[in-house]
Design a protein around this ligand. Structure first.
Ligand code: SF4
Length: 604
């Protein structure tokens, strides 16, 4: 007897083989859907199922997945999102990059909860998925174009009903932190654009014909109305008014703005870069992702009058981290990263590493200096082209420092190979733990523990048990939000998050999940990712921070020293392991696997 598919799902993934230009479906049972929800969670399960053990991320056998969620296609605000999942060329570990756009809706309405792409095209191609039917079209004329231009030409050529996710020149050239873009949004971190480039796949086009039904349509409509109203409230005001750029001056004031490759945590030119100061470059335009009522995108005037989306993370990475305080240069650098298809955080992090190496005489690049806007823009061009120094820098700071040697790894600010985001670990010590233990590497979207540091509930400079509790709580919340998938900027509107998320899920699926079940699901997803990494060779040495943060203190304006010793980090990690049901080496205990049904669901 056929298993009934819960509301919001199709109960199957489309598995595409690029070698043969064929596809088949893989059924996904209700117990898996309920255990992993969708997005990042279901992606972790699919990676266990579909990725051959120890496959190199750029090997044709390594899959690239587009994973949807049960909420996609509902009127719930910010739900038009999908997760791109695979092995990161930067880390060699699991990565999931979330993005929002109409691609999520069209992709899901092909009738699948996920699209898994394996193999390699014989020549540069566009993969077209029309329902369950797949075909390849030559993409020679698109090769070398930006993702946005390739998307524009394809939709003009084939029709507006198709939605497109594409890579830019950096992905084609296998820059290890290349992005996948669509509707001007980017699945940014971890380098999955290089995985797509390794498959010679310039773009994936999807067109959907199916309908997705919710179990309780009236309840979904009521929840959507309520959530929309709340999304206009004070919890999201910051994002609507100034966007995440509002963080820049605030972070500078409390010494948590990474500057000149983490050698300082305040930047003398921060006021010049702040949203309030560059208002004249700001267009009176705000934009939003598909199906979003918040609209956090603030558009700035870029080179040649172009519109460029500016957020805290790209300004921090291409500005203070590289010592550049000229807003025109930072906007131009950000716009160029978008055109080339480069993750701005890893781009800035790798260039900042190279600037410090060049100043210390470890790299023969006398033109590359902190604060030099021309050097920043030149380095970005060379990375996108993989020419000159770009051949080295396109590898990311970890591999580049291994190649350069001579102690240059001391300047490489990464965890598991992923460059750090804009949160100084020495002055945000819950976040320090979150960055160290996350399966994806140093990332602020899978651990938002900085919020707890900034809340004043504990001393952010003195790591201890409250910091461990905060890091675990933050990771669990992210695991559920990234699997449902709802925008993190909506997080503040939920008063009882786990029970409210359970209600949304129940209205769509017809399940009877409660807060306890979702808390358990969160733990399962976090550990499923850890288990995947373990299968790929992870050891507990990878749960650590770069030595700079443990051996150099920061002096704060108050005169206090911000110090994070190796002993204190070790104590937090040990406590994290205990509280997560892991042994002293970070491996899940048998009882934990059993309790979370991971022994049954994950066979390897
Ligand atoms: S709040 Fe911003 S990032 Fe989130 S869905 Fe809306 S526009 Fe997109």
């Amino acid at each position: 007897m056929e298993e009934q598919v819960p509301g919001g799902y199709f109960g199957q993934a489309l598995i595409v083989d690029l070698d043969a230009a064929t596809a088949h479906t893989k059924p996904i049972g209700e117990s898996v859907l309920r255990s992993f929800i969708g997005g990042a969670g279901l992606g972790a399960w699919l990676m266990h199922e579909c990725c051959p053990a120890r496959a190199d991320p750029l090997d044709p056998r390594a899959p690239l997945m587009f994973v949807f969620s049960p909420l996609v296609g509902t009127p719930l605000t910010t739900s038009a999102k999908f997760a791109v999942v695979g092995k990161s060329p930067l880390t060699g570990r699991l990565t999931d990059a979330l993005a929002s756009s109409h691609f999520a809706i069209a992709g899901k309405l092909t009738g699948h909860d996920a699209i898994v792409v394996r193999g390699t095209c014989a020549q540069p191609s566009v993969l077209m998925i029309d329902g369950s039917s797949v075909s390849l079209a030559p993409a020679g004329d698109l090769w070398g174009l930006s993702a946005a231009e390739a998307e524009r030409r394809l939709r003009e050529r084939i029709g507006p009903a198709w939605r497109v996710a594409a890579i830019g020149p950096a992905g084609e050239r296998l820059a290890r932190y290349a992005t996948i873009s669509h509707d001007g949004r980017h699945a940014g971190r971890g380098g999955l654009g290089a995985v797509m480039g390794s498959k010679r796949c310039k773009a994936i086009m999807v067109r959907g014909h199916e309908k997705v039904l919710s179990a309780d349509r009236a309840a979904v409509l009521a929840a959507a109305k309520e959530l929309r109203t709340r999304s206009f409230g004070p919890a999201t005001a910051k994002y609507r008014e100034l966007g995440t750029m509002a963080n820049l001056l605030a972070f500078n004031a409390i010494s948590t703005l990474p500057t000149r490759n983490f050698t300082a945590a305040t930047f003398e030119d921060a006021p010049a870069l702040a949203a309030e100061e560059i208002a004249e470059l700001r267009l009176l335009a705000r934009s939003s992702c598909a199906s979003c009522s918040i609209g956090c995108e603030h558009l700035y005037r870029g080179p040649g009058g172009s519109k460029t989306r500016i957020e805290y993370e790209n300004v921090f990475a291409l500005g203070p981290l590289c010592g550049v305080g000229d807003p025109d240069a930072v906007i131009a650098a950000s716009a160029r990263c978008d055109e080339l298809g480069l993750d701005t955080i890893s781009t800035g992090g790798t260039i900042a590493w190279a600037m410090e190496c060049a100043e210390a005489g470890l790299l023969d690049a006398p033109w590359l200096r902190f604060g030099d806007r021309g050097a920043l823009l030149r380095a970005i061009e060379e990375i996108g082209a993989r020419e000159g120094l770009g051949e080295l820098l396109a590898e990311g700071s970890r591999l580049a420092s291994a190649r350069v040697g001579r102690g240059s790894d001391a300047f490489a600010a990464h965890v598991k190979g992923l460059e750090l985001p804009g949160y100084e670990p020495r002055t945000l010590q819950s976040m320090a733990l979150g960055l160290a233990v996350n399966s994806r590497g140093a990332d602020h979207n899978r651990s938002g523990a900085y919020e707890s540091d900034l809340s004043g509930r504990h001393d952010r400079l003195l790591a201890g048990e409250p910091h461990v509790v905060a890091a675990i709580d933050s990771e669990d919340r992210a695991a559920v939000m990234d699997s449902l998938i709802l925008c993190k900027f909506l997080r503040g509107v939920f008063r009882e998050p786990f029970s409210e998320w359970a209600s949304l899920l129940n209205a769509v699926t017809g399940w009877d999940a409660d807060a306890d079940e979702l808390a358990c699901t969160a733990r399962r997803i976090v550990l499923a990712k850890r288990l995947f990494n373990l299968r790929e060779g992870w050891t507990c040495d990878e749960d650590w921070l770069p030595q700079r943060f443990l051996s150099e203190s920061l002096e704060l304006p108050s005169g206090r020293l911000a110090t994070l010793s190796a002993d204190r980090l070790r104590a937090m990690i040990d406590s994290y392991y205990r509280n997560r049901g892991l042994d002293a080496t970070g491996l899940p205990a048998v009882g934990t696997l059993h309790e979370l049904h991971l022994d049954r669901l994950i066979h390897n």
